[in-house]
Design a protein around this ligand. Sequence first.
Ligand code: NAD
Length: 260
Amino acid sequence: MLKGKTALVTGSTSGIGLGIAVALARQGANIVLNGFGDVEAPRAQVLEAGKAAGIKVGYHGADMSKAAEIEAMMKYAAAEFGRVDILVNNAGIQHVAKIQDFPVEKWDAIMAINLSSAFHTTRLALPAMQQANWGRIINVASVHGLVGSAEKSAYVAAKHGVVGLTKVTALENATTGVTCNAICPGWVLTPLVQKQVDAKAAAQGISNEEATKLLLGEKEPSQQFTTPEELGELAVFFCSAAAGNVRGVAWNMDGGWAAQ
Ligand code: NAD
């Protein structure tokens, strides 16, 4: 379905970003990976997913908190792949603390990585998408783009910002073949959430299993994690022809979290 298209997925060396990259590769899209840590294992996984379509996989290690590095990444993608047809803004970090104790540098980092990076990639990707009259921008927000939780001020503020940016991007391109939508996951068991499970287990002197149950029980009526594979399939839908007039939605996959 996506053969000949190129998808750039920020923060795709792990978790949800990797799940989305694999799902898009399976549909035949070339993939530009980005993120920290080991690159070879995720690259091999994405190459394998796109083997039948003979996809090409690139990587750029831009730090999403730095506008100049984001510009370098977008230039790299254009030079190596011609154009970014599908942009998935996924890189993100979390920090948990009450507002009066929230480290200022963590606030700034979360704003830069979780929100401003999506503005930079979007402004740089749009001209070529508009010229081609086809493009898909998918912002990985969160259920925290729709509702709040205590001790997550920066994250909730940034994710509400991402949902707002999604709507404006959709509106500014509403008469074109360029769409923009947000995905709002509930709990997904990635390293980002494992840290929160570990912190809960340590703070309450309970097992990892009990902490996981508590975490799900507090928020997620389904008592189940959403998986990167499921989120990948939603991204595939947003890239399909059937989703050509889906514009500016914030679609939660959250086990009923926001329905409460
Ligand atoms: P993760 O920690 O598994 O992956 C984060 C990815 O972002 C990694 O590839 C990491 O290297 C990359 N990254 C971090 N800082 C970066 C930076 N400065 N520059 C470039 N890359 C950077 O986390 P995840 O859970 O897969 O989260 C992915 C996205 O999904 C985030 O935006 C997160 O807010 C969102 N999300 C996660 C959950 C969840 O429950 N895990 C729920 C809702 C939304």
